[in-house]
Design a protein. Structure first.
Length: 261
């Protein structure tokens, strides 16, 4: 195809241009993905800020909200009892360039049991990430975290856990603690005799382990900057291809014609 403008004509080779557009689709898609990631992060931060402004609640405060997405980001605060001996160690957690594990336990809300009016009333259970512990002695030896029998849970509830799972999640060696790849409430619930709250609570204070969790690692502005970079790269690919594939020839001003490449 020949396009005339500004007193000259450019012959475009469409097969080449279609190939270039296919290549440019990759950075363009990455640009859109990064932009959406930024929007999702902004929504997450806004939701967490909204829940923080409303104050902390106990596990009984989740009862009226069946949709897990609605309670993501809630702040929970309650007296809890560790459901011994259950301890799961989340693998591949690196803090300050040191390998280690996140310590996850199951707890029951002892305050809810008191309100129910019976010391033996079943309390709703929850999974709590208490923080990080260093790995010692290689992968063959798991650390043995010391868990208090009772503790005050004050943390952030996340129901949108995400994460990529490769291979088997849980390594059951017949003893505690157990190594897992991620804390999956649906899978770990089978170990409990009481109903399990959705999601995972990340302890934010007063933990015997190192608290390192952040709800958002990269801020929304960083994702938007990456989106802009990928978008400009896609435009650059198209611009360079247009320049390289066009053949400039003299033409009559205003002429628009078609010819085979």
């Amino acid at each position: 195809m020949k396009i005339s403008a500004f007193g000259h004509a450019w012959v475009l080779r469409w097969r080449w241009m279609l190939a270039v557009l296919a290549i440019a689709a990759l950075p363009a898609g990455l640009s859109a993905w990064q932009w959406q990631r930024g929007e999702d992060k902004a929504a997450t931060l806004a939701r967490i800020a909204q829940w923080a402004s409303e104050g902390a609640v106990g596990l009984d405060g989740l009862g009226a909200r069946a949709d897990a997405a609605q309670i993501d980001g809630m702040v929970l605060d309650f007296e809890a009892r560790w459901i011994a001996p259950m301890v799961w160690l989340v693998d591949n957690r690196v803090v300050d360039r040191r390998p280690g594990y996140d310590v996850v336990i199951a707890v029951e809300d002892i305050g809810a049991a008191r309100v129910a009016g019976s010391r033996n009333a079943p309390a709703r259970a929850a999974l709590v990430n208490l923080g990080w512990i260093a790995a010692e002695g290689g992968r063959e030896v798991l650390p043995t975290p010391v868990i208090p029998s009772q503790l005050r849970v004050h943390g952030l509830l996340r129901t949108e856990l995400g994460g990529l799972l490769l291979g088997t999640n849980l390594e059951d060696q017949g003893h505690w603690p157990m190594r897992i790849q991620r804390a999956d409430p649906a899978q770990l619930a089978v170990w409990l005799a009481v109903p399990l709250a959705p999601g995972l609570i990340y302890q934010q204070q007063a933990s015997p382990f190192h608290i390192h969790y952040r709800p958002v690692v990269l801020p929304p502005a960083r994702h938007r900057a990456y989106a802009l970079q990928w978008g400009l790269l896609a435009l650059a690919v198209v611009a360079v291809a247009l320049t390289a594939s066009a053949r400039r020839v003299p033409a009559v001003s205003g002429e628009i014609a078609h010819e085979q490449p």
